[in-house]
Every structure is written in structure tokens, then in C-alpha cells.
Design a protein around this ligand. Structure first.
Ligand SMILES: Nc1nc2c(c(=O)[nH]1)N[C@@H](CN(C=O)c1ccc(C(=O)N[C@@H](CCC(=O)O)C(=O)O)cc1)CN2
Ligand SMILES: [Mg+2]
Length: 308
């Protein structure tokens, strides 16, 4: 069989370029920041709190602070030692809650083991919860007829990638692999809110492969390198790979490379759409954070103007 006819029989997936889509959205956000500044004479502000020196957390925090600077969003930074007490961290959150120039507060996760993560997230004002992790925002997301003030960044980014790539969601069978509070659970609610029929597959689900193989939309967020093989994919499915797993690679200066939860080279031969790792969902996470910050600022500016 010739190479050309092989391609016709088994067309490769459309690669969803998360970096390009994120860049386009960032331009829209920069325009919105300018418009707010012209109308209200103020800019959105985001506070980013880093505890400890964990390598990848420090990298993500640096990326968030740079993204703010690039878009004209005012950035507030607090870096705390890894042995900071829960009470001192709560005090930092309380100060940002009270600061009128701050419209979004983000505490980088994971936190050190001695800190009760949920207690910290619960302390963030609902109006400044740009990560969308507060139980009231999660609750509103889960309820029909209720809309959260903020939707978590990675799940929101996944939906944005599907929509901007023209993938139909309503009436489709969606499978979410993973049930974390940060990604799996909220993305399942978002897909259900778009009228998909959603199944959540997790570490105790028997025959995950058979369930994934029925998915028109598959979101993989289980944190296991290349767990989803090509034959798990329904032909033509849209595959959103949230995994970023480091695997040893002696050819890289860092000694590792990132792979997703999906075996990309196999899956792209069956999928209709697929996100790469890196360059798929990752760039959308920070972009959705910026978008949430601008939404929070707009609400605060409108409220202050109405009160005058
Ligand atoms: N408070 C929060 N903590 C964490 C979140 C979050 O949304 N809020 N998510 C993750 C980490 N994260 C942002 O904080 C994040 C992860 C990945 C990327 C990203 O752009 N990844 C790139 C690859 C980058 C690299 O080479 O290392 C990609 O996939 O293309 C951005 C943000 C956990 N903590
Ligand atoms: Mg809802």
C-alpha cells in the first residue's frame, strides 16, 4: 500500500495547538485590561503566593507573574519558606482579601504536608477565588441553574480548547479519566453542563480501556505517563491530554522530558482531534487564570461604580 493511500485509510488527528489558542486569548485579555483601565482608571490585580521552593511550583509561579506583567495586570507576590505555619499563611490570605487592589488570590499547590490545604483554600474570599477551588464555587459548578463566580483554570482551558477547535459537545459521550478536585471532577461537571453524557473513570474502575473506547470526547487527567494507548481511542474522538509526566531522557539538558497521560504517537493515528504535551492544555491554565482575574476585577469595578 502506498504512503498516500495509508493516509487516506487512517488520517492523522488534527493537533489542537494550545499555545496558539492561548496566545490569541491573551491578546483578547490585554485589550480588555486596557478597556477597563480607560473606563475605571484602574487595572486588575493578581496576588500569587508561593510556599517553599519546589522546582515546578516555582516555575509555574514565575510564569504567572510574567504573564501578568505582559498583559498589564498588576502582580502582588508573596514567597514564604516551606516551614511557614498555617496561621501565618492564613494571615497572608486575609491581608490580600482586604486589599482593594487585589482582585484575584492564588495559592500555588501543592502545599507542604503540615498545612491543611483545604483550610487555606476556604479562607480565600469567594469574590477573589480565581482558581475556582472554593467549595462554594465548586458547589455552584455542580448545580444546575447555578453559575460559579470562577471556574477552575485547567478545566476551563480544556473546554475552551474543545470549543475553539469546533468540537461538538452536546449529546456526545464524554469520558474523564481521573477524579481530582483540581481537574477531573470540575471538568466532568463542565462537560455535563454542556449536555455531554459523562462517565468518570478512576483508579478503581474495572476495564477503563473499554469505557474510554466509547468516548467521543476523552479527557485524560490521571497523572500516569502514556497510560492511554492508541487502541483505547474511539476513531475520530477528541482527546484532551491534561497529564504532564516527567520521564527520564538522557538527550535533554534537564535529564527528562514531559509526556502526557496519552501515548500521543499511537493516539493521533485514531483520534479526530488531540492536544500535544507540552503545548496543549498547559498554556491554557495560566491564560484562564488571567481571564478569571479580569472577570473578578470587572465585577469589583462595576460594584464600586454602582455604589457611588
Ligand atoms: N493554585 C494552583 N496550583 C496548581 C494549578 C492551578 O491551576 N492552581 N495547576 C497545576 C500547575 N500549573 C499551574 O499552577 C501549571 C501546569 C502546567 C503549565 C504549563 O504551561 N505546562 C506546559 C509545560 C511547561 C514545562 O515545560 O514545564 C505545557 O504543558 O505545555 C502551566 C501551569 C498544579 N498546581
Ligand atoms: Mg452549575
Amino acid at each position: 500500500m502506498s504512503a498516500a493511500s495509508t493516509q487516506v485509510d487512517s488520517p492523522s488527528a488534527q493537533i489542537i495547538d494550545g499555545k496558539a489558542i492561548a496566545d490569541r486569548i491573551r491578546k483578547e485579555i490585554a485589550t480588555e485590561v486596557k478597556a477597563l483601565q480607560e473606563k475605571y482608571g484602574k487595572v486588575p490585580g493578581l496576588a500569587v503566593v508561593l510556599v517553599g521552593t519546589k522546582g515546578d511550583s516555582a516555575t509555574y509561579v514565575r510564569m504567572k507573574r510574567k504573564a501578568c506583567a505582559d498583559l498589564g495586570i498588576q502582580s502582588f507576590s508573596t514567597d514564604l519558606p516551606g516551614d511557614v505555619s498555617e496561621e501565618d499563611l492564613l494571615k497572608v490570605v486575609a491581608d490580600y482579601n482586604a486589599n482593594e487592589e487585589v482582585h484575584g488570590i492564588l495559592v500555588q499547590l501543592p502545599l507542604p504536608k503540615h498545612i491543611d490545604e483545604q483550610r487555606i483554600l476556604d479562607a480565600i474570599s469567594l469574590e477573589k477565588d480565581v482558581d475556582g477551588f472554593h467549595p462554594a464555587n465548586i458547589g455552584a459548578l455542580a448545580m444546575r441553574g447555578r453559575t460559579p463566580l470562577f471556574t477552575s483554570c485547567t478545566p476551563k482551558g480544556c473546554l475552551e480548547l474543545l470549543k475553539r477547535s469546533g468540537v461538538a459537545i452536546s449529546g456526545k459521550r464524554a469520558v474523564v479519566l481521573g477524579r481530582s478536585n483540581i481537574v477531573g471532577m470540575p471538568v466532568a461537571h463542565l462537560l455535563q453542563g454542556e449536555d455531554a453524557t459523562v462517565t468518570v473513570v478512576h483508579s478503581r474502575t474495572p476495564d477503563a480501556q473499554a469505557i474510554c473506547a466509547e468516548a467521543d470526547i476523552l479527557v485524560a487527567a490521571i497523572g500516569r505517563a502514556e497510560m492511554v494507548r492508541g487502541d483505547w481511542i474511539k476513531p475520530g474522538a477528541a482527546v484532551i491530554d491534561v497529564g504532564t509526566n516527567p520521564v527520564p531522557d538522557a538527550s535533554k539538558k534537564s535529564g527528562y522530558r514531559l509526556v502526557g497521560d496519552v501515548a500521543f504517537s499511537e493516539a493521533k493515528e485514531r483520534a479526530g482531534f488531540i492536544t500535544p504535551v507540552p503545548g496543549g492544555v498547559g498554556p491554557m491554565t495560566i491564560t484562564m487564570l488571567l481571564s478569571n482575574t479580569v472577570d473578578g476585577a470587572r465585577r469589583a469595578f462595576e460594584k464600586a461604580a454602582a455604589a457611588q
